[in-house]
Each structure stands twice: as C-alpha cells, then as structure tokens.
Design a protein around this ligand. Structure first.
Ligand code: MG
Ligand code: MG
Length: 279
C-alpha cells in the first residue's frame, strides 16, 4: 500500500494486452499466496516464507515487485499480530501458534505488476481474531464489487467502511491506502478504505486498482517502527490486511489476483443481495 498524500491523480489507462500481462502476474501472486498459506505452521520463520515466495515467483518466470523497492530487502512483507503492513521477513521473526500473519506479495511480468495480500492464522486462532479476519476479507470483496464501469472511486472505500462499521468497533486504518497499479506497483489514484460514495475519478475500462483494507482489533492509529518499514498498531492490538488487484469490465469487476477472477465470491455477494457488480 501507499502512504496517504494529497494531489490531483493522474491515472494510467491500460490496454487489453497490458491488462493481460497484469492477469499473468496476478495469477502468479495468487499461486504464491496459496503456497504460503499451505506452508504456514508454527516454528517457521518469516524468512522461510520469503524463500518459498521468491522461488514460486521466479520459477513462474516473474520478478518479485517488492525486492529492492525503495530498498525493501525481501520478496514479501510478513506482518505478524500487531504489525499492520510492511513487516520485514527476517530470520528472527518466528511464527508461533495463535499468531495471525499477513503476507503481502507482488510480482512483475514484462514490466506489469500484480499485488495481493492475505492474513492467515498460525495453528489455532482465537474467535475474535477469526472474526477480525472474516470482516476484513469480506470488506475487501464488498469494495471490489464496486469496481464497475460508471462507478466512482470513492464507492470502493465507502463499501469497505460501511461493511466494517456494521460488524463491530474495529479500527479502519486511514494513514495507509490502496492504489492504482500497472507499469509501477504504486500509481495514482489512492484508494482509501473509508469515505463518502460517488466522488473521485470515474471507474472505466483500463483503470486497474489495488484495493486493500487494513482493519485493526483496536485503534485505527498506526506507528512506524525504527526499521523504517514496519507499521504497527499504536495500541499493540492485532491487525488484518487483505488485498486484490482489480479492473472494471462490462461483465463486472475482474479480480486479476484471484484464480477465478472473483466470479464465485461475487456470485455469493449477489446471493446476499449486494449490488455493485455488473448484474
Ligand atoms: Mg498494494
Ligand atoms: Mg500489496
């Protein structure tokens, strides 16, 4: 994600061919996250996960987006418990039963990026953490469902915030936001996870966004650690982070980092009476 800032956005419009490359990158990100989800168990270190991720991405013929990005030293971000985002996967970070671990992953194919994140339990999970993860992931999908031609940018954050607010007193991170994505990992526009609907740039063909709610069990406020990267909750409470890369099409939102493009999740949302996709 990207740190929040204020200026007029310049949005890169991608061709179908370019979006096709982003889909290829997105599928590699999806496969990498699936491999990590399967691998996670108590006793592994975050560095072990990083090694798995780098091998997955390079074996698929892609390049990790994060490695070297502004000096970031690794392939993935691994953020455990109160770490919200940008955790560095070093060998000291050992996963313990009961932890929740957020993994953020990006890959590049022919210069085009895919970016996604999941938060998963290590071993057993406390009920309030299970609920936190469910609310954050579902809020992401409510936001993704808004990515249709004719929609407006702030419809996304409004859907995310509305869902989270309706499900408890969670802190929605405001100091970091989603972003446009394409020939660079972080592009305009910023995609906040809050706000009023019906504002900002029109969602249209060729726009590609990374939507990524960060939801905390406690306060919304964040703190940057001395390593210059790791963002933690100010109150030390756990945090969840889910992300997908998405583009609007006439058939509905196309989730480039989901193996089925998001089809099954959107069908479930429709069944629950949620509008916003191309129905
Ligand atoms: Mg991102
Ligand atoms: Mg990411």
């Amino acid at each position: 994600m990207t740190r929040r800032r204020m200026r007029k956005p310049v949005i890169q419009i991608k061709s179908d061919t370019e979006i096709g490359k982003m889909r290829d990158a997105g599928l590699i990100v999806a496969a990498t996250l699936a491999a990590l989800r399967d691998a996670i168990e108590p006793g592994l270190t975050a560095a072990d996960l990083d090694a798995i991720a780098e091998r997955c991405i390079r074996d698929a013929g892609a390049v990790p987006s994060f490695k070297g990005y502004r000096g970031f030293p690794a392939t993935i971000c691994v953020s455990v418990n109160d770490e919200i985002v940008h955790g560095i996967p070093d060998t000291n970070k050992k996963l313990r039963d009961g932890d929740v671990v957020s993994i953020d992953c990006g890959a590049i194919i022919d210069g085009w990026h895919g970016d996604a994140a999941i938060t998963v339990p290590v071993g057993t999970m406390a009920p309030e953490l299970r609920r936190l993860l469910e609310v954050c992931e579902e809020a992401l999908w409510r936001g993704l469902a808004q990515v249709v031609p004719g929609g407006r940018l702030t419809d996304i954050g409004h859907a995310v915030e509305s869902y989270v607010r309706a499900h408890g007193g969670y802190g929605i991170v405001r100091e970091y936001v989603g972003h446009g994505i394409g020939s660079e990992m972080h592009q305009d526009p910023q995609v906040p996870n809050y706000g009023r609907p019906g504002r900002g740039p029109a969602l249209q063909r060729g726009v590609v966004l990374a939507v990524e709610p960060m939801v905390n069990l406690g306060t919304q406020h964040t703190k940057l650690l001395d390593d210059g990267w790791t963002v933690v909750t100010r109150d030390g409470m756990p945090s969840a982070h889910f992300e997908h890369t998405v583009t609007p099409t006439e058939e509905g939102p196309w989730v480039l980092t989901s193996p089925d493009g998001g089809r099954s999740r959107f069908a479930e949302l429709l069944g629950a009476g949620v509008k916003g996709d191309a129905s």
